[in-house]
Design a protein around this ligand. Structure first.
Ligand SMILES: Nc1nc2c(ncn2[C@@H]2O[C@H](COP(=O)(O)OP(=O)(O)OP(=O)(O)O)[C@@H](O)[C@H]2O)c(=O)[nH]1
Ligand SMILES: [Mg+2]
Length: 460
């Protein structure tokens, strides 16, 4: 989601980036492009108009700030207005009460049950709270069973199922065990928003529960229709947050971007897959910077911290720094990259690189290359991995055959290894991080990474 919008906005900014001074026409041209990009991303017209008006007022009246390029000033204005449109801050869940009750609502198949389980896992992991899940979906066969299976899978308690019970009776029974838990998540039956009986039922559930949060799951693929659905649920229930599901599909993202501005309810979470960990908080500032190609270092670091075994990472760094790097270390490096997701996925998060990620990918820096290199290392004996110096022609040929690659592939990898090792030694001699910064500067000055941003480029 957001990729195509992001690409178009970056192109617009590129067009003004080279200019020392922006005329009113330059700004107007850029704004027109931004407008088209947002409309194509399915952001609703009134929302786009409002946003553009605010950006224009600021952009045209802006003071020239010393040392900051006009284009970056425009990017900053667009960024700030996007953040404000998306709802500024997301404090996540403030579970300030026991039990804290969350009611889940949504259309049929919008992802309520899956999201209930994801949310339970999130709460348990992030806040260390005990969670009870229950389903009042007595209409779809196996609906309550589905939640029970999730509970067993993720280690979260579910209310025992009593066949033949009505939705409100389930709530009545469940309330007796509420005191034993910090958080209670209530999954409900799917409904069509115009189905008045079902809307009446969930309103009654709400009355009985007095929930602290009422979330609506909206399928991102619905586009602007999703905003209309949210409006009718909000009118009936008074929502406290939206969870956009299926953002891993090819949704253009317009509904997520319009929600707060259209109905006044913020998007709180994004659901990005069918597994229990595929849920992330929706942070307006990070989303804006991701869209504007400024990368999202914070998300990357968090993602990395969660998945990489810190000890292993430290061990690897120590070995790198001491020049002891060998193929076993390289293999463990690959494993860590795999844990983070694809190389393309990682690059999207890095400021300055997101715009050239495609080019790098097509130049061969991609997951296929990594798989090939991994296969080559796996064909080496342990002794060879630990002592790359013994890799003479005979061994190289055997390894190539074992990995199903050509001899030149093996030689390329060995060269890559030698280069990395010598870079590490050089860096070590130059004094660690300071050396790295110097090396980065040299690389940039030599034109090798002409697109690498100066730190100054990223500041406003
Ligand atoms: N790709 C993707 N699939 C999802 C996501 N969330 C849910 N799904 C899938 O969507 C389907 C429906 O999800 P459910 O959680 O059963 O939806 P529901 O709203 O509870 O459905 P009903 O109870 O029948 O109304 C399942 O196959 C889920 O695996 C998501 O974020 N991404
Ligand atoms: Mg369900």
């Amino acid at each position: 989601m957001f990729e195509s919008l992001s690409k178009k906005l970056l192109r617009t900014f590129d067009a003004i980036r080279g200019k020392n001074k922006l005329s009113e026409t330059d700004v107007k041209d850029a704004l027109r492009e931004i407008k088209i990009a947002l409309l194509e991303a399915d952001v609703s017209l009134p929302v786009v108009k409002n946003l553009l008006q605010k950006i224009e007022e600021k952009a045209i009246g802006q003071q020239i700030i010393k040392d900051v390029s006009p284009a970056n000033q425009v990017v900053k204005i667009v960024n700030d207005e996007l953040v404000s449109m998306l709802g500024e801050k997301n404090d996540g869940l403030v579970l300030d009460k026991k039990p804290y009750i969350i009611l889940m609502s949504g259309l049929n198949g919008s992802g309520k049950t899956t999201t209930t389980a994801k949310l339970a896992k999130f709460i348990q992991k992030k806040y260390g709270k005990s969670v009870l899940m229950l389903s009042t979906d007595v209409y779809r066969p196996q609906a309550r069973e589905q939640l029970k299976i999730w509970g067993e899978k993720i280690g979260v308690a579910t209310l025992p199922i009593v066949e033949g019970e009505k939705a409100l009776d389930i709530i009545k029974r469940a309330k007796k065990s509420f005191a034993d838990f910090d958080v209670v998540l209530v999954d409900t039956a799917g409904r069509v928003s115009i189905d008045s009986d079902m809307m009446k039922e969930i309103s009654e559930i709400k009355k009985m529960l007095c929930p602290d949060d009422i979330f609506l799951c909206v399928d991102a693929l619905m586009g602007q229709d999703g905003v209309n659905v949210a409006k009718s649920f909000n009118d009936a229930l008074g929502l406290t947050g939206i969870i956009m599901t299926r953002v891993d599909g090819d949704a253009r993202g317009g509904s997520a971007l319009s929600m707060k501005a259209s109905i006044g309810v913020p998007v709180k979470f994004l659901g990005s897959g069918e597994k229990e960990d595929d849920l992330e908080l929706f942070f307006p500032d990070r989303i804006a910077s991701r869209i504007l190609g400024m990368g999202d270092i914070v998300s990357l670091v968090e993602k990395a911290q969660e998945k990489i075994d810190e000890d292993e990472a430290k061990k690897l760094t120590d070995r790198l720094m001491s020049g002891q790097f060998n193929f076993e270390d390289m293999l463990s490096q690959f494993k860590q990259v795999k844990k983070l997701g694809s190389i393309g996925g990682i690059m999207k998060f890095i400021p300055g690189i997101s715009g050239i990620a495609d080019k790098l990918q097509s130049a061969g820096m991609n997951d296929d290359m990594m798989k090939k290199q991994e296969a080559i290392i796996l064909s080496m004996t342990l002794k060879e991995r630990r002592n790359p110096d013994i890799l003479l022609l005979g061994r190289k040929k055997r390894i190539a055959k074992g990995a199903g690659v050509s001899l030149s592939d093996v030689e390329k990898l060995i060269k890559h290894y030698q280069k990395t090792k010598s870079m590490m030694e050089q860096m070590n001699n130059m004094g660690g991080l300071k050396g790295l910064m110097q090396m980065a500067k040299q690389m940039k000055d030599s034109g090798e990474f002409a697109n690498m941003p100066d730190l100054g480029d990223l500041k406003f």
